[in-house]
Design a protein around this ligand. Structure first.
Ligand code: KIV
Ligand code: NA
Length: 280
């Protein structure tokens, strides 16, 4: 099995093969996710919530990301390893470069992910021209929770949608190799993916994007959000009916590949097809 790389992600996109992505934080799950065919494994700062039990991701440090990357990286034979740059670790060009150096050289990540729109373009370019592959995370940006006050669907009005479309273009032009869209109307996800020169991964961004990503503990139905009854709309419980964890993760990968996930009930601002419309 050839390891997934940036060129392979571009090829998959061009061939219309959906990219299946999942977060991971330790060796046991790394081995299973890799074997189950996950294309991109993310060391998400969601670890602040699902591992540390914080209410937000903002307390996560570069040390945390490096630690979990080190737990995961040696156990991936095929999957591509992406790591989040945590809150404020890319507040300046130098800090962004330092943090990227650590997660790549110490942690073994092959790409970094950072949150924000066109205001991050200078940082994306600074990293990209130095050989750091960057994924730009648009839409709902959990690191902005204290500034926003809530987590809510983004890009719902026309002005916000146009801004996001433009931001996506600016970030790709700055050298981002991947875009990630979180919690936006499905139609906007489709527009951004159609206009993007690079692959676009979604979480709650509809089905018309190039791939999907979810949090491991959410699909296994054990994350605090699920346990405390605040399951996000885009989450699907893959343990339901699964014989074991590996089967659950395989089912997720297979449903991303086939397009069965996400269904309309996992997307924002989609009217499900009526029962009549689905009958032959
Ligand atoms: O931290 C994370 O897990 C993420 C994904 C949910 C996209 O950023
Ligand atoms: Na994250």
């Amino acid at each position: 099995t050839r390891p997934v790389n940036i060129a392979e992600l571009r090829r998959m996109r061009a061939a219309g093969e959906k990219i299946a992505c999942l977060t991971c934080y330790d060796a046991s799950f790394a081995l299973i996710e890799d074997r189950a065919g996950v294309d991109i494994v993310l060391i998400g700062d969601s670890l602040g919530m699902v591992i540390h039990g914080s209410r937000t991701t903002t307390a996560v440090t570069v040390d945390d990301i490096v630690y979990h990357s080190k737990c995961v990286a040696p156990h991936l034979q095929r999957a591509f390893l992406m790591a989040d740059l945590p809150f404020l670790s890319y507040a300046t060009l130098e800090r962004a470069l330092d943090a990227s150096q650590r997660v790549m050289q110490e942690g073994g990540a092959k790409m970094v992910k950072l949150e924000g729109g066109r205001e991050q373009a200078a940082i994306v370019e600074y990293l990209a021209v130095r050989g750091v592959p960057v994924c730009a995370h648009l839409g709902l940006q959990p690191q902005f929770v204290h500034k926003m006050g809530t987590f809510k669907v983004q890009g719902r009005d026309d002005a916000a949608a146009e801004t996001m479309l433009h931001d996506a273009r600016v970030l790709a032009d700055a050298g981002a190799d991947l875009l990630l869209l979180e919690c936006i109307p499905a139609a906007l996800g489709q527009r951004i993916a159609a206009a993007s020169p690079v692959p676009v991964i979604g979480i709650g961004a509809g089905r018309e994007v190039d791939g999907q990503i979810l949090v491991l503990h959410d699909i296994l139905h054990i994350s605090p959000m699920v346990t405390l009854g605040r399951t996000p709309r885009f989450v699907k419980n893959y343990m339901a009916g699964a014989a074991d964890i590996e089967s659950a993760i395989r089912a997720y990968v297979q449903e991303v590949k086939s397009g069965a996930y996400p269904a309309p009930e996992h997307c924002f601002d989609v009217t499900p097809p009526s029962v009549a419309a689905r009958q032959p």
